[in-house]
Design a protein around this ligand. Structure first.
Ligand code: 3PG
Length: 395
């Protein structure tokens, strides 16, 4: 198995991958532009923020698995990967502590104006009068939009600081909210209205582009703090600038629309930079998170090598179109299933999913096939009459 690593990954992870028997090509300096050429006959591609374009995917003639050494997969052309039957996996939750820590850090930095104060000190200016005004966070309400692992961690840290927590998330129910000790909000606007601090933790995708727009941002109280450590694209930046100007919103951001893809470059939106407290998309960039991510990358490759099934797949359909389960118990012999598949083909029945497992002793096996339509009584009978079939039926 040839593994191409096109971003930074710890020496330990590289060594672990080699000890799994993989041939590892480690090229952390590769860019999105160079990747189509570099992909060669690599079977597994491991990336962090380097973009994986449709061109890279189509040039990877041997490519079967792309691993995002992180959580967000918006840098990978998922559509192209799915069209070509290439698995895409990620490392969810592994950098949640790091991102949550930064979200809370930004909250405090925005309330105490730490960045502005530092800039003044560096210019030889002492201004306790100006920077001595802050709201303080204890007893204030932190509203969270997006209660995945990062949102939940952020709430947990905020509660330890004595903050009240409220949340809206697409799948959040009042029961879940109670379990997670947050006040349930029925809409994101309601969460924004309650917030002294609003923190965003949703994934980027075509359905979340500018999700945080005018309605949510204008629901914020005057002077509230707004934090984004998720993705720049989920916030309408022009509206954000507007509410910073008109409603005194204090924004602290780690991610930006059109931020540079690499580790360095120019930051174009100087107007925004003047208005906010900002970091450089470093939410996940701690040693603790890098180690946890690297371990998970190795786990994914190990599972793929041992079972053919990678962990944490993001581009598999949860539910296939298969509506009928055909269960076949059979003796473990060559050609038994081929004969079943032949019968289904003749009846123009499509198989959406298939799983075969063997009983102890290796004599018998059971195969479950998810079909797009029900086989007629005649087709079932022909399957049952097949050689080495013990039993066949629709469940
Ligand atoms: C993630 O999606 O895991 C984080 O945003 C980290 O992204 P990065 O690996 O590009 O720092």
């Amino acid at each position: 198995m040839k593994v191409l690593i096109a971003d930074k990954l710890s020496d330990r992870a590289v060594a672990d991958l080699k000890s799994l028997g993989a041939e590892v090509v480690f090229e952390p300096g590769l860019t999105a532009e160079k990747l189509p050429e570099a992909i060669g006959d690599g079977e597994v591609l491991i990336v962090r923020s380097t973009k994986v374009t449709a061109q890279t995917i189509s040039r990877g003639t041997n490519l079967s698995l792309i691993i995002r050494a992180g959580a967000g997969v918006n840098t990978i052309d998922l559509l192209e990967a799915s069209l070509r039957g290439i698995h895409v996996a990620n490392c969810p939750g592994k950098n949640a502590d790091a991102v949550a820590e930064l979200a809370v850090g930004l909250m405090i930095a925005a309330d105490r104006r730490i960045a502005d104060g530092t800039a003044d000190l560096r210019n030889g200016v002492w201004n306790k009068k100006l920077y001595g005004k802050a709201n303080g966070l204890r007893g204030r309400t932190l509203s969270i939009i997006g209660m995945g692992s990062i949102g939940r961690k952020t709430a947990e840290i905020a509660r330890a600081m004595g903050m009240e927590t409220a949340a809206w998330s697409r799948s959040l129910t009042p029961e879940k909210a109670e379990e997670w000790d947050v006040t349930y909000c029925a809409t994101p606007e309601e969460a924004a209205r309650m917030a002294d601090v609003l923190s965003v933790h949703i994934a980027a995708g075509s359905d979340t582009k500018h999700f945080i727009g005018r309605e949510i941002l204008e629901s914020l109280k005057e002077g509230a703090i707004f934090i984004n450590t998720s993705r720049g694209e989920v916030v309408d930046t022009e509206v954000l600038k507007d509410v910073i100007r008109t409603r005194g919103i204090k924004a602290a951001l780690d991610v930006y629309e059109n931020e540079p893809a690499g580790g360095d470059g120019a930051f174009e939106d100087r107007e925004l930079a003047e208005m906010i407290t900002g970091t450089h998309h470093i939410g996940a960039s701690t040693e603790q998170a890098s180690d946890a991510i690297a371990d998970e990358v190795v786990n994914i490759v190990r599972a793929y090598r041992e079972t053919g099934k990678p962990l944490n797949l993001v581009n598999h359909q949860d539910k296939s179109a298969g509506v009928i389960n055909l269960v076949i118990r059979h003796y473990n012999r060559v050609g038994v299933l081929a004969a079943v598949l032949n019968e289904l083909r003749s009846a123009q029945i499509n198989i959406e999913e298939m799983e075969n497992s063997i009983f102890s002793g290796g004599k018998a096996a059971v195969c479950t096939l998810k079909l797009d339509s029900e086989p007629s009584a005649e087709v079932l009978e022909r399957i049952r009459q097949g050689e080495h079939i013990i039993q066949a039926g629709v469940k």
